[in-house]
Design a protein around this ligand. Structure first.
Ligand SMILES: Nc1ncnc2c1ncn2[C@@H]1O[C@H](COP(=O)(O)OP(=O)(O)OP(=O)(O)O)[C@@H](O)[C@H]1O
Length: 342
């Protein structure tokens, strides 16, 4: 029997309106004098972690929540899970106000962390699953059906009965994912789920996340610094920087905005001198030329490289996503500094 999918509804899974969060922090000057002064007069300062945010995420979406360290990603996730309360504005997740932490709400969401384990180390995953069965009050037939579905979707038949400490990191992450999905959440937050995995294990876990989204209809919000995760999985990207949502669109849209140019790479037979190169080109090594061009300039740029003669190899590449993100982050750091000056 195919796994049971969540029903598709038109109501957004997440709806945030002017949602913002500031944290209060105690301020202390450095050194012993600072410590004494802070002891006598406690000074607090407000830190804006999330500027007013409007957002809707529809059922079945696979969204990448991206941004540099300290951008506000975890704050968005914590607000959506009800772990912190908004300073202003509202957030509704699956029709619930998360901060009320109602049982029905907690039954519908799940969080999986690459850096924190939910599994018991000395016992097999199936034992942790039995604890979750009791926690989420799953009846016997529902539990067995769900374990069967997850075993199929996440290829668990060889690992469920093995004590967690004997599993590889990749196998453990598959079990973490299975445990978080046991109660059939409609919304999954995955926080750096591929961190520390080797290339093969990363690809396998990406496949599992994609299947979870496609086969089970689970809406996924992924936080990752790995651009291969993002490129492989996320149909929509939310870019957060300095607490501001600075981009909402797909990978192609982000490329078009940040790095609309392509890189022409040509290898020629004989070494070249810089003065032999067409305008704008550079030598990547004595026989390899690199030349960036926009969509409109592409034909002329390729012709100028061909005119050099003695061509051995030619490729036209998009600027890779890692470089696009690096540019996006540095652009936004500049914009943040400007905002701070205003
Ligand atoms: N409990 C807290 N008290 C005070 N400030 C906080 C608290 N939690 C987060 N912050 C601040 O809010 C800002 C946003 O933090 P957040 O954890 O959301 O960033 P992030 O994008 O998840 O970063 P990372 O990728 O490093 O995990 C940061 O400046 C952080 O120092």
């Amino acid at each position: 029997m195919p796994p049971a999918r969540h029903p598709v509804t038109s109501e957004p899974v997440i709806r945030a309106e002017s949602l913002s969060k500031s944290y209060r922090r105690h301020h202390q000057d450095p050194g012993i004098h600072g410590a004494l002064r802070a002891f006598a007069h406690r000074r607090t300062e407000e830190r804006l972690a999330l500027a007013p945010l409007d957002l809707e995420v529809a059922p079945g979406e696979f969204v990448g929540l991206l941004g540099p360290n300290g951008a506000g990603k975890t704050t968005v996730v914590k607000l959506c899970c009800g772990l912190v309360r908004p300073t202003a504005g509202t957030v509704s997740v699956l029709g619930h106000e998360p901060a009320r932490r109602r049982a029905e709400f907690l039954q519908s969401i799940a969080v999986v962390f690459g850096q924190k384990s939910m599994l018991w180390w000395d016992v097999p995953t199936v034992d942790s699953m039995l604890v979750h069965k009791a926690m989420y009050a799953l009846d016997g037939p529902t539990y067995r059906r769900r374990v069967g579905e997850l075993t199929e979707v996440l290829s668990l038949s060889e690992v469920l009965d093995v004590p967690v400490r004997r599993l590889s990191l990749g196998e453990r992450m598959r079990c973490e994912l299975a445990l978080s999905l046991l109660h059939s959440p409609r919304l999954l937050f995955a926080d750096e789920p591929t961190i520390g995995l080797d290339v093969t294990a990363k690809q396998a876990l990406r496949g599992m996340l994609a299947r979870t989204n496609e086969a089970l209809g689970t809406t996924v919000v992924l936080t990752s610094h790995d651009m291969d995760d993002v490129e492989a999985l996320c149909r929509r990207i939310l870019l957060v920087s300095g607490g501001h949502l600075t981009f909402d669109g797909d990978v192609a849209g982000l490329r078009a905005r940040i790095a609309p140019r392509r890189l022409i790479r040509a290898v020629v037979e004989n070494p070249l001198r810089p003065e032999d190169l067409p305008a704008g080109a550079r030598l990547l090594d004595p026989r390899t030329i690199g030349l960036e061009a926009s969509e409109e300039e592409l034909e002329d740029a390729v012709a100028s490289v061909l005119a050099l003669g003695g061509l051995r190899d030619l490729s036209v590449q998009e600027v890779d996503l890692e470089a696009v993100m690096a540019r996006a982050y540095s652009e936004q750091a500049g914009a943040g500094a400007e905002r701070g000056q205003r």
